[in-house]
Design a protein around this ligand. Structure first.
Ligand code: 13P
Length: 255
């Protein structure tokens, strides 16, 4: 049984004081008790240090929104996996569509980042998904297959235990237009079958596949009820403590 994983991607939002204020409000919302799921918050890098201290005593885990593929060196402005581990970061998002489409991250860069994250035992969440144009041209499976195969190229099966995926159709990110739970299930099931073909069924059955793209507290349950959707990667709604708490609580009532 795969444990549900709910991830907040704060993107480029919240200073340290704002993050601490958020946490106080979020803890009030969660006074009803935390359900049996894993909750990860990915704040901006500048907030990780303070947030790590602040979440002590809560079940919250810390994630980063990106990482460089080398351990150290002349890479001005980059963040190494070691810096993240130093701040008790457990999870790292890799290949988010904003990294791919705004900052030119390629499949090869995502592949190198994934190798390093697995080697450093940071739990990677690799984001995949097609653009609006690709969606309209019926290329969803082709694009997602390429992204998955390139990310997995050369990775060792034995390292993959802590790898998760996020299916985030680019046309659904920040647009208020979700994939339907059925569409997201169809792609997630297909992703699991593809991974089973590349490696084997037990490996694919262990991997968690999240859905992301305009997830709201009202819509969360519809996605979480799908057999191949093991969690959610939440952008906009995760910036509101009440809405994010509502999404977490939706895991309680799902299968
Ligand atoms: P929204 O939930 O704002 O659509 O963002 C999704 C996302 O990109 C999470 O990584």
């Amino acid at each position: 049984m795969r444990k549900k994983l709910i991830v907040a991607n704060w993107k480029m939002n919240f200073t340290v004081p704002e993050a601490l204020k958020y946490l106080a409000a979020f803890r009030r919302e969660m006074q009803v008790g935390y359900p049996e799921c894993e909750i990860v918050i990915c704040p901006p890098f500048t907030t990780l240090f303070a947030f790590d201290e602040a979440i002590e005593g809560t079940p919250l885990k810390l994630g980063a929104q990106n990482m460089h593929w080398e351990e150290t060196g002349a890479f001005t402005g980059e963040i190494s996996p070691q810096f993240l581990k130093d701040l008790n970061v457990n999870y790292v998002l890799l290949g988010h569509s904003e990294r791919r489409h705004i900052f030119g991250e390629t499949d090869i860069m995502v592949n190198k980042k994934l190798s390093m994250a697995l080697q450093q035992k940071l739990n990677p969440i690799v984001c995949v998904g097609e653009t609006d144009a690709e969606h309209k041209e019926g290329k969803t499976f082709e694009v997602v297959e390429r992204q998955i195969k390139k990310a997995l190229d050369g990775q060792m099966r034995s390292d993959l235990e802590n790898l998760s995926w996020a299916y985030e159709p680019v046309w659904a990110i920040g647009t208020g237009k979700n994939a339907t739970p059925e569409q997201a299930q169809e792609v997630s099931q297909w992703m699991r079958r593809l991974i089973a073909k590349i490696f084997d069924t037990p490996t694919s059955e262990k991997m968690r596949i999240l859905y992301g793209g305009s997830v709201s507290d009202e819509k969360a349950r519809g996605f979480l009820d799908q057999p191949d959707i093991d969690g959610l990667l939440v952008g906009g709604a995760s910036l509101d403590p009440k809405k994010f708490a509502g999404i977490i609580l939706a895991t309680e009532t799902t299968q």
